[in-house]
Design a protein around this ligand. Structure first.
Ligand code: NAI
Ligand code: MG
Length: 484
């Protein structure tokens, strides 16, 4: 699909609400527009999904057939990797090479979960009851069946449109669920092509339905819909809580992958050159618009100045630019709204006396670019220290010992990722136990594999994605008893 055909198709999609512009964040120019699909479209999409679930046209297929189709989705994605990468990079502003590197990983979600289709077995139990309700002794045979949840609504954000769409649709399809996908209103482009490839691969009509609309209209209606069995959401903690409230009506299950304020601990015995380089990349990549970005760095006092200097140098060396600008390594923020939000945190910090080691301003050019920013002299009570900024902004504070480092690292409502840089392996593993976080990375950052579970402690989420846990998220377990 060419960009023009995606733009045309998006414009033609029916809707009843406001006209939503799609903006290229690197130029601030409009690239497309569409009409908010509105609530009727949500009813239609859920009804289509429900009909396919009732008919069993997807979950009733032999598992090996579902697997073959999912494998085909991945192959088609590989064939269309350039178009998908172009759409995501244009729409998010991420460098084209970055989008091109991510696409094979997105496709691989379908292959990885294709493998699980044939392995979703329950267990059998040999039960001897002594004195049940009847008082009799009995031998029982019990077993479990793994069943798909039913109709799942996927609400995804703008920072990694294809990555989050595939991370949710692949396990949900493997589990046999029927689906409604709502991309973020900022980034609807790549989803149009993805749903086409899914249909082309042989997923029956109505099993994957696309909604192009706003969060407060289409997203909210999907979250509240009485005929949706589960919502899988990635986005802000604030909206995560709204979804939980909306889900209460029919007690639909909710998977939440929310924000973070991830700590990075750097000890003086670490390989400092690597630690500095990776920690800087771990916050400035994608202009800090990643849920696992390490936005709070803590450094053992003896090497504090060295690390602050090193991270500031990396911040200054980072080449910012639009997806197709030569040599650009980091893109803009997604929108004017996010630019205002991120600069709001920085300006407030300046007024409150933080030291801006480098950055602290937007770039003097078109596009929502913020200079990678290093802040010190930060008071833990400050909003910028407590809340997820989701921009290229890092605070760096010193610590003296493990207890102080752990206390500062855990002093957050979030718990998504935590990192330790040290060559003392015993200390690294001790800290892995003490840090309150769903993912711990030791002497590495931003690592990922389809097979390794990922989820948030505390207010960073509910439930797990990826791996075996990631498909069980889309299944429920039924227990069956028989008296022998
Ligand atoms: P958001 O949480 O509002 O948007 C994420 C998705 O939720 C979008 O598809 C949106 O349409 C939908 N949505 C919004 N309101 C909804 C509602 N009431 N019911 C159902 N769905 C709804 O995120 P936003 O406002 O774009 O970004 C604000 C902050 O959220 C960021 O600064 C960042 O801190 C955080 N965020 C975290 C992400 C992550 O990967 N954990 C991704 C995106 C944002
Ligand atoms: Mg929002």
């Amino acid at each position: 699909m060419t960009l023009q055909s995606v733009v045309d198709e998006l414009r033609e999609r029916p809707g009843t609400g406001e006209v939503i512009p799609v903006i290229d964040p690197a130029t601030e120019e409009q690239i497309a527009e569409f009409t908010d699909c509105g609530e009727d479209a949500v009813d239609d999409a859920v009804a289509r999904a429900r009909a396919t679930f009732e008919s069993g046209v997807w979950h009733g297929l032999p598992a090996r057939e579902r697997a073959k189709i999912m494998w085909r989705i991945a192959d088609l994605m590989d064939q269309h990797v350039d178009e998908l990468a172009e759409l995501d990079s244009l729409n998010t502003g991420m460098p084209l090479v970055q989008a091109q590197n991510i696409m094979p990983t997105c496709a691989e979600f379908f292959r990885y979960y294709a493998g699980w289709c044939t392995k979703l077995d329950g267990a059998a139990y040999d039960v001897r009851m002594t004195g049940g309700i009847t008082g009799a002794h009995a031998s029982m045979h019990a077993y479990t069946i793994k069943e798909p949840f039913g109709v799942v609504g996927h609400i995804i954000p703008w920072n990694g449109p294809m990555m989050t769409a595939c991370a949710k649709l692949a396990p949900a399809l493997a589990a046999g669920c029927s689906n409604v996908l709502k991309p973020a209103e900022e980034t609807p482009l790549s989803a149009l092509l993805l749903v086409k490839l899914i249909a082309q691969a042989g997923v029956p009509d109505g099993v994957v339905n696309l909604l192009t609309g706003n969060g407060h209209t289409a997203g909210a209606a999907l979250a509240a819909h009485p005929d949706v069995d589960k919502i899988a959401f990635t986005g802000s903690t604030e909206v995560g809580k709204q979804i939980v409230r909306a889900a209460a009506g029919n007690l639909k299950k909710v998977l939440l992958e929310l924000g973070g304020k991830s700590p990075v601990l750097i000890y003086d015995d670490a390989d400092l050159e690597t630690a500095i380089k990776v920690a800087a990349g771990g916050i400035f990549v994608h202009s800090g618009q990643g849920c696992v970005c390490g936005s709070r760095i803590f450094v053992q006092r003896s090497v504090y100045d060295q690390v602050v200097d090193g991270v500031a140098q990396a911040a200054n060396a980072a080449k910012l630019g639009g997806p197709k600008e030569k040599g650009s390594r980091i893109g803009p923020l997604i929108s004017q709204k996010q630019l205002t939000r991120v600069m709001g945190f920085i300006d407030e910090g300046k007024r409150d006396g933080v030291e801006v080691v480098t950055g602290g301003h937007r770039l003097d050019r078109r596009g929502y670019f913020v200079h990678p920013t290093v802040l010190t002299n930060v008071d833990p009570a400050m909003r910028l220290y407590q809340q997820e900024i989701f921009g290229p902004v890092v605070t760096i504070l010193p610590f003296d010992d493990d207890d102080e480092a752990v206390a500062m690292a855990n002093d957050t409502t979030y718990g998504l990722a935590a990192t330790v840089w040290t060559n003392n392996l015993s200390r690294a593993h001790r800290l892995a136990k003490r840090l309150e976080s769903g993912t711990i990375t030791l002497n590495c950052q931003l690592v990922f594999d389809h097979a390794v579970p990922f989820g948030g402690y505390k207010q960073s989420g509910w439930g797990l994605e990826y791996g075996r846990e990631g498909i069980e998220t889309y299944m429920q377990t039924k227990s069956v008893w028989t008296q022998l």
